[in-house]
Design a protein around this ligand. Structure first.
Ligand code: ZN
Length: 137
């Protein structure tokens, strides 16, 4: 007799899966970048220096697990954290150890980031948004 197969994942298996997801520097960096809110992929590329293919791979893992959400706006793809409670875990990890120098470095990098959000924050027009007339030529 075929019994109905319900996937009964224990709380410990679920937690191990979560820690596995988090046990990767690139994914931790992405989550740190998204702490203040939504960012476009181009911002993450500029800030973290990863190739887009690599970044997309890491973003996909975080999205598939339900930690991140994605939306498109024109040519830009934006990600935001869907489960902000994840930062309670990360905050605990920060207190255990490690230097915060990299986070300070990001503040410097942000000043020259060319992504739409950073450009607007500096009062500049993002590239590609000031040329609607050129398209009709
Ligand atoms: Zn930016």
């Amino acid at each position: 007799m075929e019994t109905k197969k319900i996937r009964q994942e224990s709380i410990f298996e679920a937690q191990a899966g979560l820690f596995k997801l988090l046990s990767h520097p690139a994914r931790l960096k992405i989550l740190a970048l998204l702490r203040e809110g939504e960012e476009c992929v181009c911002h993450m590329e500029a800030m973290l220096g990863y190739r887009q293919a690599y970044l997309s791979q890491q973003l996909a893992l975080l999205r598939e697990s339900g930690v991140l959400e994605m939306r498109r706006e024109g040519w830009n793809v934006y990600y935001r954290v869907a489960r902000p409670e994840i930062y309670r875990i990360l905050d605990a990890a920060y207190t255990v150890g490690g230097s915060l120098d990299e986070l300070r470095l990001w503040e410097e990098k942000k000043k020259s980031c060319e992504c739409p959000k950073c450009c607007r924050a500096r009062g500049e027009t993002p590239a590609g948004e000031d040329t609607p007339l050129a398209l009709t030529e």
